[in-house]
Design a protein around this ligand. Structure first.
Ligand SMILES: [Zn+2]
Length: 321
């Protein structure tokens, strides 16, 4: 959910903190096609928590093109990457504008049965229920619970909630699929619990964007899977859904590639993640990155990438036949 990752700081007080030295890793085949062949696109440390200097490989499957972190922390080890309070604060006033944008992408809800996967405290469902009368369900593995009695909440993974088949008119999930350890399980479960004619609407990051390829904004390792139009279509084929629409939309989260020129300038002038995280980037590197950052502000002032279907954020709509 943390899609507003700040760009890596070039210098100053950033220092790797202690902890996280004993991460348990797993090496996994492609979740989409099962291939174990891949090439490394880039490596990036956790420049948000900065627990250590390990650079996680972000790889692209040689078979189907799926982009994912490999090796990655196991599910149990990943909890260290979600500090307490990570999921808080989504009901703040600032989120209302975001919720309005999300609502605009949904079909009419009156009389429908709706599930929010990864609903956190279900603030978005509460927002919707204030103006529409529908049956609201939420599931979340990490949320402490919901306070709105209008919402039927289950704590756990999507497939552990054991909903009846053909139950929901709409299953939605906002900025959750990039955090999963087994996306194919979630696609299959959505297919199973949707009514025929029902829709799955998900928002996630786009691996074929400057945001995902050049600006190093993907929140690695928390963003375990980075999708593209091609891999989203392949998931539809795999689980028997019809991919009816993909929107490239920066109105909910900012998917612009700000940081592309800053990182390019840095790499041309000796940037390394290790130097950056130790606060040891020399001044010419810092100066070049500052200049690149100024050019970023001009180049990415508008949302031209979304118009070219290249923004870092996508919203996919699937229908169950
Ligand atoms: Zn694959």
């Amino acid at each position: 959910m943390r899609l507003d990752t700040p760009p890596p700081r070039a210098s100053g007080s950033t220092r790797p903190r202690s902890g996280g030295e004993c991460m348990e890793f797993e090496h996994v085949p492609c979740d989409l096609c099962g291939s174990a062949d891949y090439r490394v696109r880039y490596r990036k440390p956790d420049n948000w928590l900065q627990m250590n200097l390990f650079q996680f490989p972000v790889v692209e499957c040689s078979g189907c093109g799926l982009v994912y972190v490999n090796p990655r922390p196991t599910m149990a080890a990943m909890t260290a990457f979600y500090p307490e309070g990570y999921h808080d604060g989504r009901d703040a006033e600032a989120f209302v504008a975001r919720y309005r944008s999300q609502r605009a992408l949904l079909p009419p809800l009156a009389g429908k049965r709706v599930l929010d996967v990864g609903c956190a405290r279900a603030d978005f469902l509460s927002f919707l229920l204030d103006s529409e009368d529908f049956e609201a369900y939420g599931v979340d593995a990490f949320s402490p619970g919901v306070t709105d009695a209008r919402i039927r909440f289950t704590r756990g993974a999507f497939d552990a909630a054991a909903y009846q088949p053909d139950t929901f008119d709409l299953v939605m999930s906002w900025a959750v699929f990039e955090h999963l350890h087994h996306p194919s399980t979630y696609f299959a479960e959505a297919t199973r619990v949707l009514k025929p004619g029902g829709r799955l609407i998900i928002l996630m990051t786009n691996a074929n964007s400057l945001y995902g390829r050049a600006a190093y904004i993907e929140d690695v390792p928390r963003h375990t899977y980075h999708y593209t139009e091609r891999t989203l279509a392949a998931y539809a084929l795999k689980c028997g859904l019809h991919l009816s629409d993909i929107r490239f939309d920066d109105s909910i989260f900012d998917g612009r590639g700000r940081g592309t020129l800053r990182m390019l300038a840095g790499r041309l002038c000796g940037f390394t993640w290790e130097k950056a995280m130790r606060g040891k980037l020399p001044w010419p590197t810092r100066a070049a990155m500052k200049l690149g950052g100024a050019l970023d502000a001009i180049c990415f002032a508008t949302h031209w990438e979304a118009r070219l279907r290249r923004s870092g954020i996508m919203i996919a709509t699937y229908e169950k036949p």
